[in-house]
Design a protein around this ligand. Structure first.
Ligand code: 13P
Ligand code: SF4
Length: 423
């Protein structure tokens, strides 16, 4: 099974394999020079990037013009020189050409914690996206510096909730609900943020009695919140919130959606008063691509296929699948399966193609037939990795992601509540 980048280069017009954008074949530094902020080609290319989204300046020509072999040699040499002083982390969705240099490969929270297991590493090079690097900075030791090789590697879903819009929403909710607990001591509303959010929103949750969740523990976290609050404000991913709360028995009519551009989120007062979970209007453009029709086709083509999708997929897709689970869940399900199974997976293509390559004993394919990676993960290319590693060898820290302690401290509170929450 070739890597996603190789697959993209093999695509010929009129061939059986297609991608969502021909620009995916272009070098990522072409998009660093685009005058308006944009996520670049791939699944998030139609999403609007906020004006203040971090931009990546032009990297030196020597990294843009180097051959793959030269970059390989330079990355390995820089890593060898740095030794234990650096740790390279690669997210499951990262391209193979970068993942091959990673000391740890995993999901966002596993990677944030992996950094702590290497206290000698002064630099943590996070080949993931911005919120993941922020989380690593929050949980790592104070003397460790986190580096994001391409600053334009944000997350379009995380960008859909910003601290100003959430604060405004919170003020409207406080006005409607008041702030007094009910007879059983439950406050009117608890804020819950998905890990895929800015450090500022994690800090907001820490300061307002709230908590963080991942896609692995969202149900446990919602239970924690319902023990302490009459309702939950869940951001930024409507789908993870809806899929999780629905599985816990919350009726759909008690899950209004909050559109930050409209008064009361676009709801009438009664709907907000009756809410159990208020869902922020956010979504992941990678997981929005999966459809029930794709699942029906997989079942028709491969009777007995096991369909596993990520809970960021829309509710009808999760309902039609056999299972829904986080990236870690998907990996473990494949590892635990008897040889000879067929898996149709609804998550990012780099992870699915890697699993297929690593597990020839199974047939594993992505539900979406169109090659369409996470735009922002895909902005990281070996050229940027070579650039930041060689700078480290020269004593320079480039592209540092640093969360101010005034935000990191309350964010840590919300993360610690998550770690303490038990099923
Ligand atoms: P994980 O939390 O499993 O790392 O997933 C992150 C993500 O971005 C999913 O779309
Ligand atoms: Fe963000 Fe979706 Fe990419 Fe995950 S896959 S980093 S949620 S845009």
């Amino acid at each position: 099974m070739p890597s996603v980048a190789t697959t993209l280069n093999l695509i010929r017009p009129g061939g059986a394999v297609t991608s969502c954008s021909p620009a995916l074949k272009d070098a990522p530094w072409n998009f660093d020079a685009v005058p308006v902020p944009a996520y670049g080609p791939g699944s998030s290319m139609a999403d609007v990037a906020p004006a203040d989204t971090p931009r990546q300046g032009e990297i030196p020509a020597e990294y843009r013009t180097a051959t793959d072999e030269e970059l390989d040699r330079r990355i390995l040499a820089a890593k060898a020189t740095l030794g234990d002083r650096v740790v390279v982390l690669g997210h499951f969705y990262q391209r193979d050409e970068v993942v091959k240099y990673a000391d740890f490969v995993g999901d966002s929270f596993q990677l944030a914690n992996a950094a702590r297991s290497r206290p000698a590493a002064e630099a943590i090079v996070f080949c993931g996206v911005h919120f993941m690097a922020e989380t690593a900075d929050i949980v790592s030791n104070a003397d460790q510096q986190v580096i994001l090789p391409n600053l334009a590697a944000g997350c379009s879903m995380a960008d859909m909730a910003d601290i100003d819009s959430v604060t405004e929403c919170w003020e409207q909710l406080e006005e409607l609900y008041g702030t007094e607990p009910d007879a059983s001591g439950r406050v009117p509303v608890i804020p819950v943020t998905y890990m895929n959010s800015s450090a500022a929103l994690k800090g907001f949750c820490g300061e307002h009695g709230g908590i963080v969740c991942t896609s692995s523990n969202a149900a446990t976290v919602l239970e924690w919140a319902f023990e302490r609050g009459q309702r939950v404000l869940f951001f930024p991913d409507q789908h993870l919130g809806r899929n999780t709360a629905k599985a816990m028995g919350v009726p759909l009519e008690r899950m209004p959606m909050w559109n930050p551009r409209k008064p009361l989120g676009g709801n009438d007062e009664q709907a907000v008063l009756d809410a159990r979970v208020i869902l922020w209007h956010g979504f992941c453009s990678v997981h929005k691509r999966f459809t029930v029709a794709q699942i029906e086709k997989a079942r028709a083509d491969f009777p007995g296929v096991r369909v596993i999708v990520h809970p960021e997929c829309p509710m009808p897709v999760v309902d039609a699948a056999d299972e829904a689970g986080s990236t870690d869940y998907i990996q473990k399900a494949i590892l635990a399966a008897e040889p000879g199974q067929v898996f149709a997976i609804g998550t990012e293509i780099n992870m699915v193609q890697r699993l297929a390559a690593e597990h020839p004993e199974h047939t594993i394919f992505c539900l979406d037939p169109v090659v369409c990676p996470c735009s922002t993960m895909y902005r990281i290319h070996p050229g940027y990795l070579a650039w930041v590693l060689e700078a480290l060898v020269g004593g320079e820290v480039l592209n540092r992601i640093s969360v101010d302690e005034s935000v990191a401290a309350p964010a840590r509170v919300a993360l610690e509540r998550m770690l303490a929450a038990r099923p």
